[in-house]
Write a protein that binds this ligand. Structure first.
Ligand SMILES: Nc1ncnc2c1ncn2[C@@H]1O[C@H](COP(=O)(O)OP(=O)(O)OP(=O)(O)O)[C@@H](O)[C@H]1O
Ligand SMILES: [Mg+2]
Length: 449
């Protein structure tokens, strides 16, 4: 067994002896690697020690820890799949545990360990963190330690930030027990050499996410969610550095996709997208079941919504006679209250595929599509006639409880429909040249500033 050399930051983490140590603060800093290696060093160094590595889902646990550790250790340790435990000849054990639901954590109630690693701690709530912390106990003389890795964002953003970044302690907590070792992707030479695209992808994110995940900034998740959104009429004609453009005659040959977010007591959003030969999407038409004044609350019965969609598709010159692919909010397949909304759609000759409702990857796809390339061209445009899209997108704010998501109490129906559309045609992140970021004023960019 040969353990590769740690980076300078990883070395600090491996030798840190505080009771609580957080490592990371950004993407790709070599956090999971450091967890694996520290667990192995402790297992060899303290015979009979019990270590637990926690990650939110089992597939992540397998990919980041169980698989690589088995590969690294070979015959030096024995892995038992039924108990998800790795046993060392000196009596030390590493337990692999995941926690996606409340019942998962209930299972670990009686577990006692000496050392706990929580990889991606910001993906856990503070309550879940406390429950895992309670497993670190026992009367032996082994050191009791808790190691966390973290990125800004996630449901645990606030408690990790309080303990390790703001260092604001409650009476029961002693600040001297806590240590935070910052590591950025630039500290991870191994990754920078083998996968330089990873950094390019982080750089292509909109400024707030880039600041969080590339620079490890914990203070950025507030304000406008789609901060990259640009509605600059002077740019409508050349279509550069704007997302909003004047309508044009949509070529008959372009594919049409219809995305839909359902709302019964709230607005629904039905959106028609035309796709050009480069895969660039144009929001060409929109049927929005709400008004600019939320109190009016237009409540359309599903039958009326879908018969209107069918009417538009049968008569509008851009849609008539075309094969239209639909993608919708998966909740419309729900049959718990009798006939599903989807059944009503079908009886009106309106068909959909189930949308992928993974929120954070979905928002990332929206961001990728909205990012400008070096010529100022995004992969999505909105016709300026689609007023509800243009009105609601810039109003959306970050969520206070789940930092990289948006606040769902707002008028997010078009955004959800946009997200289902993007997830139905995912694109790769677009690379932004070093000196051209969307933070800068687009006008300056055009004049070479
Ligand atoms: N010291 C090292 N020597 C060799 N390879 C390393 C080292 N540190 C990290 N790596 C490799 O770099 C890649 C990224 O590291 P790792 O997965 O630990 O980062 P991370 O901070 O957990 O990333 P993410 O934020 O995506 O979870 C992995 O392929 C890992 O094996
Ligand atoms: Mg990791």
């Amino acid at each position: 067994m040969r353990i590769p050399a740690p980076s300078a930051r990883q070395r600090l983490f491996l030798s840190d002896k505080h009771r609580y140590v957080a490592f990371g603060g950004a993407r790709g800093g070599g956090k999971s690697w450091a967890v694996r290696i520290k667990a192995v060093l402790l297992a060899f160094g303290f015979p009979g020690i019990k270590i637990m590595i926690v990650r939110r889902t089992y597939p992540e646990l397998r990919a980041n820890h169980i698989g690589p550790l088995r590969q690294l250790l070979g015959d030096f340790a024995v892995y038992k799949d039924s108990t998800k435990e790795l046993s060392f000849p000196n009596g030390s054990v590493i337990l692999f545990r995941h926690c996606q639901t409340q019942s998962d954590i209930d299972k670990y109630q009686g577990t006692e360990v000496d050392v706990l690693f929580i990889d991606e701690a910001t993906q856990f709530t503070e309550e879940q963190y406390d429950r895992f912390k309670a497993c670190v106990r026992g009367v032996n003389s082994f050191p009791k330690r808790i190691y966390l890795t973290c990125n800004p964002g996630g449901v645990g953003h606030a408690f990790v930030k309080r303990l390790f970044v703001d260092r604001a302690y409650k009476e029961s907590e002693n600040g001297e027990d806590y240590s935070f070792i910052r590591s950025l992707v630039t500290d991870n030479k191994a990754l920078m050499e083998t996968n330089p695209d990873y950094v390019a992808q982080l750089k292509a994110l909109p400024p707030k996410l880039r600041k969080a995940w590339l620079e490890g900034d914990w203070n950025i998740f507030d304000g406008q969610f789609f901060e990259e959104f640009r509605d600059i009429p002077e740019h409508y004609k050349d279509r550069k550095f704007t997302h909003v453009i004047e309508p044009f005659e949509v070529p008959r040959e372009w594919n049409i996709v219809r995305s839909f977010d359902f709302g019964f007591a709230k607005p629904f959003s039905c959106d028609w997208w035309a796709i050009d030969y480069d895969g660039r999407a144009y929001l060409i038409l929109q049927l929005y079941g709400g008004t600019a004044t939320p109190n009016e609350g237009v409540k359309w019965h599903p039958d009326k919504i879908f018969s209107e969609i069918h009417r538009i598709e049968s008569t509008h010159r851009w849609l008539k006679g075309k094969q239209i692919t639909g993608v919708a909010d998966p909740s419309i397949w729900d049959v718990s209250r009798g006939e599903s909304v989807y059944d009503t759609a079908c009886s009106n000759f309106v068909y959909f595929n189930k949308g992928d409702n993974k929120r954070i990857p979905g928002w990332m796809q929206c961001h990728y599509r909205m990012s400008f390339d070096e010529n100022g061209l995004p992969m999505v445009y909105f016709f300026n006639t689609c007023t509800h899209a243009i009105r609601t997108l810039p109003l959306l704010q970050f969520s206070e409880t789940l930092p990289e998501d948006l606040d769902t109490s707002q008028e997010d129906h078009f955004a959800d429909s946009f997200r289902y559309f993007c997830m139905s045609r995912p694109i790769a992140p677009r690379k932004m040249p070093e000196n051209k970021t969307i933070e800068k004023d687009p006008l300056n960019l055009l004049s070479g500033g």
